[in-house]
Design a protein around this ligand. Structure first.
Ligand code: HEM
Length: 83
């Protein structure tokens, strides 16, 4: 949603910032970010997902809507990412 929620489809932020994206889904996100040239500065809450769920969500969103990611995210990788 323009100026509110950034896209996930063909999102340069998502596809080029693996760790930041995992952090966003695991811990939530606030502050200014740039996605596909557009600035967003609203807050995304943390959803209380487990590390396994964060990995599943990341593998889903990075392989949907035209996104392609062959290097799958693992629960172990998510567990090593701190706020
Ligand atoms: C200003 C930035 C952002 C805002 C305001 C925002 C807002 C939101 C909101 C409100 C939801 C909940 C939707 C619902 O409950 O139906 C959501 C879900 C989600 N957002 Fe964001 N978001 C932002 C940035 C991002 C970024 C950068 C990513 C990934 C790189 C991301 C990935 C996701 C995912 C994967 C979900 C679903 C989580 C789940 O399945 O439980 N968001 N976001």
């Amino acid at each position: 949603m323009p100026e509110s929620f950034p896209p996930l489809a063909n999102s340069d932020y998502l596809m080029n910032n693996r760790i930041k994206s995992i952090k966003a889904i695991k811990y939530g996100l606030s502050g200014e970010i740039k996605v596909n040239g557009e600035i967003y500065n609203t807050t995304m809450a943390a959803f209380g997902l487990t590390d396994a769920e964060v990995a599943d969500v990341m593998n889903y969103i990075t392989n949907s809507w035209g996104n392609k990611n062959l290097s799958l995210i693992t629960e172990k990788e998510v567990s090593q990412i701190k706020p």
